[in-house]
Design a protein. Structure first.
Length: 655
């Protein structure tokens, strides 16, 4: 564990700031009886079975749970459909004409509202179009769009017909899109002619055209006309069709939701790991739905008259679980925002909250730190009194940001839920229950009922309260990923082999004397840049694919707003002289290969990289240089002179 982080946590524990839930909040909370924790842990399967009653099933399960790590089945034998639960079942209730999605577009304050009935009609039309164009149960469908309602509609249509989707974040490059499509062998791509981001059009269709030059499995592409005149978009003869034409063609066709096995694949979502290649986590139907339905309802204390806004992007797991599946299965009204928080002005978020009288806001620490840096005068111009609960996710939140969020956004009254989870876990696992748990700024507090987390040392032994170590999970939960698509060995190696019988999260954490969890960050080669997971190896592979680069080593450095930023150290092939222009080119090269989120903040050209005698790059020494720390053990270094050289170059570059 890094000394600086350790010191920060010690200081926090010393302060011991606590915020108890207000009595009025607890009195109305969805969960107000603390015995839920004990009840759930006394029999986790009975607990999840009870939670599963909130879902509609076509056929009940034979067994709540079966299997052994790393292979699990939840609700085996049962049949259900996620789309049916998120849409159809609300139509026979008063929710039929309730707003399901309030969409706020980025430009000119464009806005659309879809009721549950609207959503039903659109999803059916989309499902009919997909079937007509050849998609069958089990086929994979890639979705590459910005934050527009058509993305949620496509996901639900896929779920309706049993075609697993893979959503590719709209900020990813053609290369990243191609790799993901090919890894899962998607048959169809649904994209758009663009997405608005800070007033600019992200060229999604052009990117898709580029990617599809190397995607033999894609037969058809549906294109949403969103940004430009349709006549200006180049459509590829037999391959490309317009979304609006196909939807018209579908008329009012109703597609019966498939009665799917609880373990039928729902989606594949790619995330970065410790190798150069992102892995496709597979989530399935029944257990996932139970997990996200339950956590949405109790962590966000969601009520029917709430307006709920999760400000994440659907390209990441947060959007899957807490914009689409969790809220819609609860029949909630959710806000979906297309664009950037500072477009056309820095008050945009607060304007959206005021205009829609948002009650629950869920966002990332990076966004909060950016709001802090812009100043409280922006939120102060708006009425934020409708807010009654706020959440954070994706990275550790520093207590200063937590306190600022509480004071200037939450008016010193709304509880804050700091939710820890991962793409792999599908649902929030460590989080306060807002009516029950006293919060401490910077701590994700306790495991959700029924979740047994622990902190262990190198040998897998529990570290007593007050100590830190590796964060593990000791019992299964229904929304957990089932495998890595096409690579079950990696599923085992990555998560289940380090500590036998336990799921290893890749995170380190500390538990204080009261048992509160404080997540410290990744212990593997995964970076968390502005809440986005990026593998160091991915960035290194992108760098060495440039003809001028011989070798590259990538590390994470502290960043005041993004939490972490990427620093790259590269050596050039002999004969090439580096200069500022080349540095810029290399940073741009990474942005083009992966996406702008992976562009290194800093890039240094060095003559050599520090290596062990067996040739392994010693990244921790580079980290020491970048963080200005005393060198950790350098005895295994092949050539100690290299470090001095790099240090000099680093200092010369003005850091
Ligand atoms: O390091 C943890 C961090 O984000 C990682 C998971 O990233 P991803 O799969 O992209 O999912 C992000 C959204 C769920 C974790 O291993 N992380 C996530 N939430 C928190 C967090 N770190 C600290 N506190 C959190 N609340």
């Amino acid at each position: 564990m890094e000394e600086t982080k350790k010191g920060r946590i010690e200081a926090l524990l010393h302060e011991d700031r606590r915020f108890a839930p207000a009595e009025s909040f607890t009195a109305n909370a969805n969960w107000k009886d603390p015995s839920i924790y004990e009840k759930a842990s006394s029999d986790i399967f009975a607990f999840w079975e009870e939670m599963a009653q909130q879902i509609d099933w076509f056929k009940p399960w034979d067994k709540v749970f079966e299997g052994e790590s790393p292979n699990f089945k939840w609700f085996s034998g049962a049949k259900t459909n996620v789309c049916y639960n998120c849409v159809d079942r609300h139509l026979t209730t008063w929710r039929k004409n309730k707003a399901a999605i309030i969409w706020e577009g980025e430009p000119r304050h464009s806005r659309r509202v879809l009721t549950y009935q609207d959503l039903y009609r659109e999803v059916n039309r989309c499902a009919a179009a997909m079937k007509r164009l050849g998609v069958q149960k089990g086929d994979r469908v890639a979705l590459y769009m910005g934050m527009i309602p058509e993305l949620a509609i496509s996901m639900l249509a896929c779920a309706r017909i049993g075609a697993p989707h893979t959503v590719v974040f709209g900020g990813f490059s053609p290369d990243a899109l191609r790799d993901r499509i090919n890894d899962c062998g998607a048959k169809m791509l649904i994209t758009a002619d663009g997405a608005w981001r800070r007033g600019n059009r992200v060229p999604l269709k052009e990117n898709a055209d580029e990617a599809l030059k190397g995607c033999p499995t894609i037969d058809k592409v549906i294109v949403v006309n969103h940004c430009v005149d349709a006549r200006d978009v180049e459509m590829e003869g037999y391959r490309d069709v317009w979304w609006h034409r196909e939807m018209d063609r579908s008329g009012n066709t109703v597609v019966k939701p498939e009665e799917l096995d609880a373990e039928h694949p729902l989606y594949i979502l790619y995330t970065s790991g410790t190798t150069g290649k992102p892995k496709g986590l597979l989530h399935t139907t029944g257990g996932y739905l139970v997990g996200v339905h339950t956590t949405t309802k109790y962590v966000f204390d969601l009520k029917d008259n709430d307006t709920y806004w999760c400000a994440a992007d659907i390209g990441w797991v947060t959007g899957h679980s807490y914009i689409v599946y969790g809220p819609l299965s609860n029949g909630a009204t959710g806000v979906m925002y297309e664009g950037a928080p500072n477009h056309p002005h820095r008050g945009r978020f607060w304007q959206i909250i005021e205009r829609n009288q948002v009650n629950i806001l869920y966002t990332a620490p990076t966004a909060i730190r950016a709001f802090m840096a812009w100043g409280k005068e922006f939120p102060e111009q708006y009425d934020l009194s409708s807010l009654r609960l706020m959440g954070t996710v994706g990275e550790p939140i520093n207590p200063e940001a937590w306190m600022w969020y509480r004071e200037f956004i939450g008016g010193n009254k709304t509880p804050i839920v700091d939710t820890w989870w991962q793409t792999e876990t599908g649902m929030t696992l460590i989080t306060p229950l807002p009516g029950l748990v006293e919060t401490k700024p910077g701590s994700a507090t306790f495991p959700f009922p029924g979740i047994e987390a622990d902190i262990v040392d190198e040998s897998g032994e529990t570290v007593p309260f007050g100590g830190g170590g590796y964060l593990v999970l000791k019992n299964p939960w229904p929304a957990m990923a089932r495998t890595i698509w096409g690579d079950p060995e990696r599923w085992y190696d990555q998560y289940w082999s380090r500590f036998p019988g336990m799921y290893f999260t890749g995170d380190s954490a500390k538990r204080d004397e009261d048992g509160y969890y404080w997540i410290l960050g990744r212990v593997d080669d995964v970076l968390n840049v502005a809440g986005h997971r990026i593998g160091t190896m991915e960035v290194e592979s992108a760098l060495v694919s440039h003809p001028a680069v011989a070798e590259a080593a990538v590390i994470g450095i502290s960043h005041a707003i993004k939490g972490q930023a990427i620093a790259a150290f590269t050596t050039l092939v002999s004969g090439i002289e580096g200069d500022k222009k080349l540095i810029e080119q290399l940073r741009q090269h990474v942005a083009e290969k992966i996406g702008p989120i992976a562009r290194p903040e800093k890039l240094f050209l060095t003559h050599e990289l520090p290596k062990t005698r067996s040739g392994k790059i010693m990244r921790r020494l580079l980290r020491d240089i970048a963080e200005g720390q005393i060198m950790s053990d350098t005895t295994t270094l092949a050539d100690p002179g290299v470090l001095e050289q790099i240090k000099e170059q680093y200092e010369e570059s003005g850091n």
